[in-house]
Ligand binder design. Structure first.
Ligand code: PHE
Length: 343
């Protein structure tokens, strides 16, 4: 073949290839074109075999021409590849919509519930005073919840308790005081226990929930007095609310303590000057307590001449509300993460 023929063949090869490149719709088709025309066994290599038949001075011309064809095609393929990739991204962007204003999915972190935080803090606080943890069942019998606590069946204070009864005569404990009895059945004095847990009363309004939590304290030994009770409570409020709030004990009545007292704390919101929370009194009631009644000791086989001590009981919700300034008891049970996450 003459040089002109070969050059013409190269021109045809180039225009064939450009035509195929132009029509390619997918990147693999371009790879085929590359193989078919520029590959080791491709059409360009085939044309260049004719080089052998040319005169030495013609060879450089053909070399130049074939290089130019090769370069032209490589460039065309690469450009088309780019364009195809761009088009692919375009169509993907058209079909997939992304709303950049949507909140991210993230990994939300859980939080300890404020009631748990308060409960744990109280357990720790009393543990440092030598109290150990005690517990009892939520479903109680009449004897532990009432009878042994000196509340006989006809006692008027049963009305205060708004008890949920089960069909078999058992009940949902109305307070944590039955844990006192259970602990004393297991362990002889000296004893110091702290018992947090759920309690139940058919009571439901803005400040009462049918299920709430109490924490019970009991200390019995040979010569524990009311002064020890007051000292213990003073230590507790100083640690829990701060040492600046005064404490006062008001005479009260519970069948299982004698004498009994209700304890008020100087209002943590107005610091005693009077506000809506303390109903302008400057004081907030925080717990009930007293010296363990001889009748209770007797119910568990103890005698007041050998054993004396005190008991106290408080609402954990109430402690948390005062501690964190929470206005509504219902917030504890909704489990809204925006609420729970604040503590
Ligand atoms: N159990 C009492 C109540 O639920 C509180 C209390 C406990 C009072 C221990 C005195 C001693 O109100």
């Amino acid at each position: 073949m003459s040089l002109e023929h070969i050059i013409a063949a190269l021109e045809t090869l180039q225009s064939d290839a450009l035509d195929k490149i132009g029509r390619a719709q997918q990147s693999h088709q371009l790879e085929d074109v590359r193989l078919q025309f520029l590959g080791k066994k491709g059409r360009l290599t085939e044309v260049l075999r004719q080089l052998a038949g040319l005169a030495a001075e013609e060879r450089p011309q053909l070399g130049q021409k074939s290089n130019a064809v090769k370069e032209r095609l490589t460039q065309a393929i690469d450009q088309k590849l780019q364009a195809l990739k761009f088009a692919e991204v375009e169509t993907r962007m058209q079909s997939e919509r992304l709303d950049a204003s949507l909140p991210g999915s993230g990994f939300p972190r859980g939080h300890r519930h404020p009631l748990h935080l308060v409960m744990d803090e109280l357990i720790d606080l009393f543990a440092r005073l030598g109290y150990s943890l005690a517990s009892g069942p939520d479903v109680e019998d009449d004897w532990h919840n009432f009878e042994a606590l000196n509340i006989p069946a006809d006692h008027p204070s049963r009305d205060m308790h708004d008890t949920f009864y089960l069909e078999d005569g058992r009940l949902l404990r109305t307070h944590t005081s039955p844990v006192q009895i259970r602990a004393l059945k297991k362990q002889k004095p000296p004893i110091r226990i702290i018992a947090p847990g759920r309690v139940y009363r058919c009571d439901n309004d803005a400040s009462h929930s049918p299920i709430f939590h109490q924490i019970e304290g009991l200390a019995l030994d040979h010569n524990i007095s009311m002064a020890d009770l007051k000292g213990t409570l003073k230590h507790f409020t100083a640690e829990f609310f701060g040492p600046e709030f005064p404490l006062r004990m008001r005479p009260s009545f519970f069948p299982f303590t004698e004498p009994s007292a209700e304890v008020d704390l100087g209002c943590v919101f107005c610091r005693g000057s009077g506000c809506s929370v303390c109903k302008r009194t400057g004081w907030i009631e925080i717990l009930g307590c007293g010296m363990v009644d001889p009748a209770v000791l007797e119910a568990v086989g103890l005698h007041w001449e050998e054993t004396q001590g005190f008991a106290f009981g408080m609402g954990i919700e109430r402690m948390a509300m005062l501690r964190y300034g929470i206005p509504d008891i219902k917030l504890f049970y909704e489990n809204d993460r925006r609420f729970v996450g604040q503590f």
